[in-house]
Design a protein around this ligand. Structure first.
Ligand code: FES
Ligand code: MG
Length: 578
């Protein structure tokens, strides 16, 4: 629809600001005109907010001003009025103590920014890990028509004649440096070789996972998940998304009309098929909580664990996001899954997910396999339960060592990160490849913010002997780019008295991934005795945001949202006064 031919009735939300001829209407329009906005933009057309997480301190989102320009062009083409606004950005690499501490804060920024402003529909520009869930959570609590445009992954890393992947290859190379197999000079060289274009991590880490899951949820146009950041088609997708959001406003296609139970079940299945990040569990639970769709940790087991791993990407496989896009991207995965996904789920295109992806081709069956020839037959996240994880823990079997998935070993317990760093390379540490490394006090309240430290580096003396994996257990998270036989998100966490706090060095722990079991092998009497003696140390926040976080954050099996943020509060604002 062009703005010359057809006029929108002054019925959208923004008309409450820009419609009236009175003193307030003057104020709302006049100040906008200081940016050169002509009067015709206030004729009742849809106002589209472009929520931008651009920041030079979030290098993965460093190209977002350019993407926003392409969105704007699409909005204007379709007869809308684009308004770009910033929210706090979250970069994984620089933020201390961990970007996860701020996910809920950003979701509040997004929710309040949307609701408080004359916005009829929203385009969310998401990239680095936490920016996607934070923006979708905030938008879901407002429930306006919303579309996601991801920034896209970096080009494949290229180092000394072969491909290297964000995060994953860094972890491997740093272990090689510690084992004396790679020189510090080569390690420095690899920095520029790994991150050589705009975009986010190009492994199937959390950013790529969440970009794919946004597509699987129906919240973006097809191919949003995989197009590289610097491929011109990323800008085309931004333009098309800008056009589409204007129509979505006219159709009143709100988030709650797109997202339902089927959408989340599909996202869980797709996360298994792509070998997606364990962080997706926490983020999907939080998003579902905002939009009011019931979802539990057990659903990840029920819908994901039997799904085959089809996408052969680091950290679970071999290739990288560029290869994934050229092979057909998420539509090809959807097509390969056939009946495993529910094609009836809705999407922002106005068509069903099945219609969006019908006839999608796969151009490289090495990168995107078929269920008959999968990378691994059962890939989904496995939920573990037992006496040290009564509310559950998780493991990503596709990134684990098969031989360690059923294992009994002697625990070596570390009280947090500082203790771990101090002792792990101590030659006197009584550790061998059968030991189980346990770290606690690194959960949401313990650290705080639940950092990505669950993939604890192995003891140097074992690395030197060629050992590359051990069972590791913690109440932390791990980077989506990490790998290993790593049990994460143990709930409740030790800092609030979860029984992980009761484990002592020398205890035997049993892990049985197939059976979903994580068990501390001590007698019930001994367990009860330790529990009775255990004292929870009270937290002493210094005030500020950290205090809000510690008082209100839910455990990871509930999505780690703040208790008072769960739910949809809608877009209505009661009154207007200056
Ligand atoms: Fe930003 Fe990996 S550090 S996506
Ligand atoms: Mg991360």
């Amino acid at each position: 629809m062009s703005d010359e031919n057809e006029k929108d009735p002054p019925s959208f939300r923004s008309a409450q600001w820009f419609g009236p001829a009175d003193r307030n209407g003057f104020m709302h329009r006049s100040w906008m005109k200081n940016q050169g906005t002509p009067q015709r933009m206030f004729d009742g057309r849809p106002v589209i907010g472009i929520c931008n997480t651009w920041s030079e301190l979030t290098p993965c989102n460093g190209h977002f001003r350019q993407i926003a320009e392409h969105v704007k062009r699409g909005v204007i083409e379709a007869g809308g009025f684009p308004v770009e606004f910033p929210v706090m950005s979250l970069g994984e690499t620089l933020l201390r103590p961990t970007a996860m501490l701020f996910r809920n804060l950003v979701s509040m920024d997004v929710e309040e920014s949307i609701r408080a402003n004359p916005i009829d529909g929203v385009v969310l520009l998401c990239g680095c890990d936490k920016t996607t869930p934070a923006l979708v959570m905030g938008a879901a609590s407002c429930d306006l028509p919303t579309i996601v445009v991801s920034g896209g992954p970096m080009l494949n890393g290229k180092f000394r004649g072969h491909d290297i992947g964000s995060g994953t290859s860094l972890f491997a190379m740093s272990e090689d440096v510690r084992a004396g197999k790679l020189s510090p000079e080569a390690f420095l060289d690899a920095e520029a070789c790994m991150s050589r274009s705009a975009g986010h991590c190009m492994t199937m880490g959390t950013a790529s996972t969440m970009a794919c899951l946004v597509e699987a949820l129906g919240l973006s146009l097809p191919q949003n998940g995989a197009i590289p950041a610097v491929d011109a088609r990323r800008n085309t997708l931004a333009n098309e998304s800008g056009r589409r959001i204007v129509s979505m406003v006219r159709e009143d296609l709100k988030l709650s009309k797109v997202l339902d139970r089927r959408s989340f079940e599909n996202a869980i299945r797709i996360n298994a098929a792509i070998g997606g990040s364990t962080n997706a569990i926490i983020h999907l639970l939080a998003i579902a909580g905002r939009i009011g769709v019931p979802l539990t940790l057990a659903d990840f087991e029920a819908f994901g664990s039997a799904v085959p791993l089809l996408v052969d990407l680091l950290p679970s496989g071999r290739f990288l996001m560029e290869d994934f896009y050229y092979a057909g991207g998420l539509p090809a995965v959807w097509q390969a899954l056939g009946d495993i996904v529910d094609g009836g789920a809705a999407s922002v295109t106005g068509l069903s997910m099945g219609e969006n992806n019908a006839g999608a081709d796969c151009w490289n069956t090495e990168v995107i396999r078929t269920p008959e020839n999968p990378v691994k037959p059962k890939a989904g996240i496995k939920v573990l339960r037992g006496n040290i994880a009564p509310d559950g823990a998780i493991i990503k079997p596709s990134a684990a060592t098969p031989a360690l998935m059923k294992h009994r070993g002697k625990a070596i317990v570390f009280e947090g990160l500082t203790d771990f760093r101090k002792r792990i390379d101590d030659p006197a540490l009584d550790v061998d490849e059968n030991s189980i490394l346990v770290m606690r006090g690194v959960g949401l309240l313990g650290y705080p913010g639940m950092p990505e430290v669950g993939n604890m580096p192995l003891p140097r003396k074992l690395l030197e002997r060629g050992i590359r994996d051990m069972v590791r257990i913690s109440d932390a998270r791990m980077s989506g780019t990490a790998y290993g036989t790593i049990v994460l998100h143990v709930a409740p966490e030790a800092a609030i008295g979860g029984p992980l706090a009761l484990v002592q060095t020398g205890d035997i722990i049993e892990l049985d991934v197939e059976a979903g079991r994580l068990h501390l092998d001590i007698s019930e009497e001994e367990f009860a005795r330790r529990q009775a003696e255990h004292k929870v140390a009270p937290a002493h926040p210094k005030g500020g945001y950290e205090q809000l976080f510690l008082q209100h954050v839910l455990q990871p099996d509930k999505g780690a949202d703040f208790d008072f943020l769960v739910g949809c509060r809608g877009s209505a604002v009661a009154d207007n006064a200056h």
